[in-house]
Design a binder for this molecule. Structure first.
Ligand code: HEM
Length: 580
């Protein structure tokens, strides 16, 4: 019984706050309106719920629409508007769900929900607001990449420029020059049947809906539809290559009701009040939602920067949504791990962990360099608590039931500035270099450079909301299996600057073989070499740092096959649009 109790869900998750908590003296819920840098109240009834806190459902449908008649589309939007889930609703659900699961110790179907969110391309917003008080010719979006759209930015993202290549926008299943979507509807549910019911209702409303006793067509056409879902069984929560995903997300400052101790992100690290869970740095909400203070590269990470604005005033409480359909060739990736492992006399899992920066079960290489540790990977008080430049600090004991008690059964992460343990080319180190010294680092000492790099790095973060699509593969790194099934990741990320966040990460971090030092190599997982050969290499240190072995990937395992840049407006902005 002891083993069963110990392996229960409570070991995976940081303690939860009571969903109906009343204000009280509690270190996980300090009064942030009274702190040295007062945190803002978030307009959770305005912000769409997949931005914060995120739907986190198992089943998803994405509907990509083209506007055919702007006036009819506005009428249809007035019909859809009440169905759009707010941050307030999703947060209330997620809190109750977590509290139930925590107390019961296992997954629960006691409550379930189906949520809808919406986002618009720049072209759609221009057409819907044209000639109205919201017209973008009066005050336009500042983000030039949003205005261009992903297809036109594709070559800058490293995608193939050869129009015969699968990854070229001409061949995308959605979002290419001929099939760019105007509207993206995200429908997610805990239950597959509920999802299908909801999607059917929406599709029917697009065909015809009733307004003041008369039937109208929706003024939009479905261009493309895609299903996503968490993988079944033991692969739940993993992406198709077999790695646990969605472990590391930025923490967000701010409170969500009149009670300024009612925090979006409880402070659960007893050793650091500027983190949510241990290792999860808290950021100012303007990095992800317009109308709030963001980060400032010149100041310590803890201090707020300027209010972040999109351009049009009505864009407050909205966020940019980047969508990318990424096909994954699981058999080819596993064959590479298998062959490379054989050549270097290491296990295929070891090679995979070096490429990702985490073991399949989620444990970071920084904390366990030689083998996977499922308990560490599953423990969210520990699985994100590591740095690269500095060694991890010993944590203080817990001071509250709701904080993370010292997870002392796991080894701490040593300083690893040169990447002996977690290589500089590893996907997670590339996508978020934490306290690494980057070219933006300033100061006389290495420590100062690391601190100023961190301030800059925190202006290049993403809220990731992706889910896998396509059938699970039977391939494993030990027994690779090639097939031609369509599967991959429906990558979705929210941010307030497509240029400074998504595109910067792609161009300056993932695709640059010389970041953060010359010859560091490509992110072999998803980095792209825009040369015609598309070949990618990375130097892997096994025993002797002076003699790394070169890993060479002659093909890409992740290929972009669709995408788009969208804006997810606040609830009141959507109302303004359809009333305009
Ligand atoms: C099929 C494509 C991809 C796969 C298989 C993949 C896989 C993974 C995995 C296994 C993790 C570790 C889990 C975690 O730390 O939460 C991760 C983390 C991450 N990935 Fe990806 N990823 C993909 C695409 C992307 C793209 C396109 C971006 C951004 C442009 C991206 C950015 C990130 C970031 C920011 C993290 C978190 C790093 C951290 O905070 O330490 N990923 N990814």
């Amino acid at each position: 019984l002891g083993d069963i109790l110990n392996s229960s869900i409570s070991t995976r998750e940081a303690p939860v706050s009571s969903p109906l908590r009343a204000a009280q003296e509690d270190p996980t819920h300090p009064d942030v309106a009274k702190s040295a840098f007062p945190e803002p109240r978030l307009a959770v009834h305005e912000i769409q719920g997949n931005i914060i806190p995120g739907f986190l459902k198992d089943f998803e449908t994405l509907l990509f629409l083209r506007i055919e008649d702007a006036d009819l589309c506005k009428l249809w939007l007035s019909h859809i508007h009440p169905l759009i889930a707010t941050a307030e609703e999703v947060l209330a659900f997620n809190r109750l769900f977590k509290a139930l699961r925590f107390r019961r110790g296992h997954e629960t179907k006691a409550i379930k929900a189906t949520w809808i969110n919406i986002a618009f391309s720049y072209r759609a917003l221009r057409s819907l607001t044209s000639g109205t008080a919201l017209d973008l010719r009066r005050k336009d979006f500042l983000d030039t990449s949003f205005r261009s759209g992903m297809a036109r930015q594709s070559s800058a993202l490293g995608d193939p420029t050869d129009s015969d290549a699968e990854g070229h926008p001409d061949n995308w299943v959605i979002g290419g020059p001929l099939n760019e979507a105007d509207i993206l509807l995200i429908i997610q549910s805990d239950d597959r049947d509920d999802l299908l019911d909801q999607v059917q209702q929406i599709e029917e409303s697009i065909y015809t809906f009733r307004h003041q006793g008369t039937r109208f067509p929706g003024g939009v056409r479905i261009l493309y539809k895609e299903y996503g879902a968490t993988l079944p069984g033991a692969q739940a929560g993993h992406e198709h290559f077999g790695f646990l995903d969605g472990i590391s997300q930025p923490g967000i400052r701010g409170y969500v009701s009149d009670d300024s101790t009612d925090l979006l992100t409880p402070r659960q690290n007893p050793g650091n009040p500027h983190q949510g869970k241990p290792g999860q740095d808290l950021l100012w909400p303007g990095e992800f939602v317009f109308g709030y203070p963001g980060q400032d590269v010149q100041k310590p990470v803890e201090e707020p920067g300027q209010i972040v604005r999109a351009g049009p005033d009505w864009a407050a409480n909205g966020s940019f949504l980047v969508f990318r359909r990424l096909r994954q060739d699981v058999g080819a990736f596993h064959s590479f791990l298998y062959e490379t492992g054989k050549r270097l006399q290491r296990s295929p899992e070891f090679i995979g962990a070096k490429i990702v920066g985490r073991w399949p079960g989620g444990a970071p290489l920084s904390r366990t360099g030689q083998e996977d540790d499922a308990a560490l990977g599953y423990n969210d008080c520990a699985n994100n608590d590591f740095q690269y430049f500095n060694a991890s600090a010993e944590q203080e004991s817990s001071t509250s039931d709701e904080q993370c008690a010292r997870p002392d059964r796991f080894p701490l992460s040593p300083a690893d500035p040169t990447g002996l343990r977690c290589p500089a080319f590893a996907h997670i180190r590339r996508a978020y270099p934490r306290d690494d010294i980057t070219p933006e680092g300033r100061g006389d000492s290495e420590a100062q450079k690391s601190a100023s790099s961190r301030s800059d790095t925190q202006t290049h973060r993403l809220l990731r909301r992706g889910l896998p699509f396509g059938p699970p593969s039977r391939s494993t790194p030990d027994a690779p299996f090639l097939d031609s099934a369509e599967r991959g990741l429906l990558f979705i990320a929210y941010q307030t600057s497509i240029e400074r966040q998504f595109e910067f990460i792609m161009q300056r971090w993932l695709n640059d073989p010389d970041f953060k030092q010359k010859g560091a190599g490509f992110d072999l997982l998803i980095g792209q070499n825009s040369n015609r050969s598309r070949e990618r290499t990375a130097p892997l240190v096994l025993d002797d740092p002076a003699q790394p072995v070169t890993l060479t990937a002659t093909q890409e395992w992740v290929v972009p096959t669709g995408g788009g840049y969208f804006f997810a407006p606040s609830l009141s902005a959507i109302e303004k649009i359809f009333k305009s």
